[in-house]
Design a protein around this ligand. Structure first.
Ligand code: NAP
Length: 279
């Protein structure tokens, strides 16, 4: 079984982006990402720190807005409106999940589509569907980059995606379809999930349940992408996949698989937004 090394591939992408940032600077553009974190969810705080670290690595300026958990929607909408207007801010990221009193759909929609670092804006999802250039949702875009790096041919392949969330499953399915895969999207109401999964040449697992997808779901020789990330009781991380019988020909590790690719794609969206600001 070949492990797909997301850390290595993401570092190569970050190195290239560093050069792009230097190019931007030559044109007097200082690529800048505004990151908004509301409340004190510990996992979100770690994600935001990692994103800031990646910004520092490629030379993107990151502006952090750490706001208290009781921040009102009006204040956030005002902040987003201000950031949308500022020419020195090229991309905006609102870290999810938000505290329960805030409407994330309404707030995400308030980020201008051009500055949408995460690629979650309805206009950008629409462009993905229509295969027009737009910031892409980072996790599925990272999966596509990994498949490309390992020269996994998608055209004509049976691709099964487990999960239909707006941020992973659905855009993942669209990207595989756009790459000419034959795509099946599965979810909690799917009948006989193991049998559907065993059809897959490429299986993307974003079910959000630790080690649920055992070897029984995996056709021997399949490419398996494990999007899940969970902290176990012993403090270690694990994914949604537990291929103990080694059916997969290619598998992403957790950690070090899809996670770092997601951050690299976020950086890519920021650099692209900065470049586009000059057009
Ligand atoms: P989510 O919104 O909870 O979606 C989970 C999906 O799995 C839903 O569509 C759900 O179906 C489906 N599902 C749940 N139980 C199922 C079952 N028993 N059989 C079949 N389908 C089932 O999760 P998400 O945001 O997409 O994230 C998925 C996982 O990826 C999580 O572990 C998350 O932490 C991780 N993640 C990692 C990264 C990264 O950078 N590595 C980024 C994002 C997410 P229904 O729609 O029918 O409920």
């Amino acid at each position: 079984m070949q492990m797909m090394d997301g850390k290595l591939v993401s570092e190569e992408i970050l190195e290239k982006l560093k050069l792009d940032v230097e190019d931007c600077r030559k044109q007097d553009i200082d690529p800048t990402l505004a990151v908004i974190l509301v409340g004190d969810d510990p996992a979100s705080a770690i994600y935001v720190k990692n994103k800031e670290k990646a910004c520092a690595k490629v030379g993107i300026t990151s502006l952090a807005y750490r706001l208290p958990a009781d921040t009102q929607e009006r204040e956030l909408l005002d902040l987003l409106a201000d950031l949308n207007e500022r020419p020195d801010v090229h991309a905006i990221l609102l870290q999810l999940p938000l505290p329960a009193h805030l409407n994330s759909d309404r707030l995400l929609a308030a980020i201008s589509a051009e500055k949408d670092a995460d690629g979650f804006h309805a206009a950008n999802i629409g462009k993905l569907l229509l295969q027009q250039p737009a910031p892409l949702p980072c996790t599925p875009a990272g999966v596509m980059e990994l498949l490309k790096y390992y020269q996994i041919d998608i055209a004509g392949k049976e691709c099964v995606v487990i999960g239909r969330s707006n941020i992973v499953g659905k855009p993942m399915a669209l990207m595989l379809l756009n790459a000419h895969g034959t795509v099946t999207v599965t979810h909690s109401k799917t009948r006989d999930l193991p049998a559907v999964c065993r059809r897959a040449d490429i299986l993307v697992v974003a079910v959000g349940k630790a080690k649920m997808i055992t070897s029984d779901y995996i056709k021997p020789g399949a490419v398996v992408i494990d999007v899940g990330i969970h902290r176990m009781e012993n403090g270690k991380l694990c994914g949604d996949v537990d291929d103990s019988e080694g059916h997969a020909a290619y598998l992403t590790p957790v950690p070090g698989g899809v996670g770092p690719m997601t951050i690299a794609m976020l950086m890519k969206n920021c650099v692209t937004a900065a470049r586009n600001s000059a057009l």
